[in-house]
Design a protein around this ligand. Structure first.
Ligand SMILES: Cc1cc2nc3c(=O)[nH]c(=O)nc-3n(C[C@H](O)[C@H](O)[C@H](O)COP(=O)(O)OP(=O)(O)OC[C@H]3O[C@@H](n4cnc5c(N)ncnc54)[C@H](O)[C@@H]3O)c2cc1C
Length: 399
């Protein structure tokens, strides 16, 4: 068991207790704090005016329309239904914003259904052409270096620059998309296998029939100051559109078209209770005040487990661990909390738990060997069905 972090001491706490589980020097994101208070304040301040037009803008910063809510959405500090409901503003902007929330929901449905299979190409295998002596992301280009700096220091990027980097890596340079995906996952505070793999699969042609090409024209349009200050401005290496990448079609997983067990994918519809819970188990999927199990048991202690072998293997950037610790420090000041480092199945063994279903394979794997005294449904925006998830539009039409 680990001591409860003092609010304000999260970085030191992570360095002291989780020091061998991350890949950089202990530090926090330069932009995001992982508390419920910060999440609520960001949602309260959300102004969607101009969102539809400016969501894809990159620089200058004041032109950006993106909400920046994704790190809190990722960890359940803001649930999709809550954000969906509270979105206000001009109807065109609200509609576009809600569509993006649906993309998040779609990513979750796809991952809940296919799980680890989303780590392999769903439709095409882009042919890997890059050799080790070619750096897929050339940091002498401002459109690469400035965006990688943002990823590495803030743990976040707007959607547009995620597509630029992913396309540059795989479509133009022929590097393996799964390695680029892993680099994003290491640094993104919102990094999820669901949305990150969806983004990489769909940008690089692995999961779709269309590939996203990246060239100087997008930078000139969305972030002109990058070209103006770049050493390559007069001989831009991405001045031309990239060649069409070579894609080899792969055998499709039948579950993309039809889910043979959508009840399992979606989890329980209502609370399933088999005995009296003694503790609430919170996971990194759902850390917020609105977590259904947490909200249902204000008097019970809470338990959170840092999965040691998982983190050791992942070697994430420390800013992700600090983000989670921000929330644990906040929670520890409000309620009885236990924080453990180890194997969740061993730590939780024999303790009757109240917890919330999480639509990810890791949760199922652990939940199979603990005592689920009370299992709460996942707060879906729309409960998964058995229809096609082959594309966003196929999924939207068949919901
Ligand atoms: C290569 C690549 C990797 C990505 N990796 C992730 C990831 O690991 N985690 C993640 O949450 N998103 C990922 N995205 C999707 C998207 O880029 C981010 O959700 C978005 O940029 C987050 O910023 P925001 O909160 O300001 O978004 P906004 O534009 O304000 O949108 C509001 C919310 O809608 C959801 N959303 C918006 N766009 C998408 C999208 N294309 N796919 C899924 N959900 C979306 C997010 O929850 C977001 O917070 C990725 C996209 C690409 C192209």
């Amino acid at each position: 068991m680990l001591p409860i972090p003092e609010p304000g001491q999260e970085v030191q706490w992570v360095a002291q207790h989780l020091g061998y589980l991350f890949s950089d020097d202990a530090r926090r994101s330069e932009r995001f704090v992982g508390t419920q208070a910060a999440a609520d304040a960001a949602l309260e301040a959300l102004d969607l005016t101009g969102y539809a037009e400016r969501r894809n803008e990159v620089l200058p910063l004041e032109r950006r329309g993106a909400s920046g809510l994704s790190p809190w959405i990722r960890h359940g500090l803001l649930t999709l239904p809550r954000v969906f409901k509270l979105a206000t503003g001009p109807s065109k902007d609200v509609q576009k914003f809600r569509d993006e929330l649906r993309w998040q929901e779609y990513a979750r449905h796809l991952y809940a259904r296919l799980g680890r299979a989303t780590g392999s190409p769903l439709r095409n295998a882009p042919v890997v052409r890059s050799t080790n002596d070619v750096e897929p992301w050339d940091r002498s280009m401002r459109c690469i270096s400035v965006n990688l700096d943002e990823l590495e220091s803030d743990g976040w990027l707007v959607n547009q620059t995620r597509m630029w980097l992913a396309s540059h890596w795989s479509v133009r340079n022929g590097a393996d998309w799964r390695i680029g995906e892993q680099y994003f996952f290491t640094h993104l505070l919102d990094g999820s296998r669901a949305a990150n793999r969806l983004g990489w699969q769909w940008t690089t042609g692995a999961g779709s029939s269309k590939v996203y090409g990246f060239s100087q024209s997008q930078v000139r349009r969305r972030a002109p100051e990058l070209c103006n200050s770049c050493d390559h401005r007069d001989a831009c290496p991405i001045g031309e559109w990239p060649d069409e990448p070579e894609l080899v079609s792969v055998e499709r997983d039948d579950r993309v078209r039809h889910d043979p067990d959508s009840e399992r994918t979606a989890g329980p519809k209502k609370v399933e209770r088999s005995s009296s819970p003694e503790v609430v188990w919170l996971t990194a999927e759902s850390l917020g005040d609105d977590d259904p199990a947490l909200a249902a048991h204000p008097g019970l202690p809470v338990i959170f487990v840092f999965d040691e072998s998982l983190l050791q293997a992942l070697q994430l950037s420390s800013k992700r661990l600090v983000f989670l610790t921000d929330r644990l420090a906040e929670l520890g000041a409000e309620r009885a909390l236990e924080i453990h480092l180890g194997d969740p199945r061993k730590v939780l063994a024999d303790r009757p738990l109240a917890t919330t279903f999480a639509p990810v394979p890791g949760w199922r794997h652990r939940a199979d060997s603990v005592v689920l005294a009370e299992l709460h449904p996942w707060p879906w925006l729309k409960r998964p069905g058995s229809g096609s998830v082959a594309s966003f539009s196929a999924w939207s039409n068949r919901r």
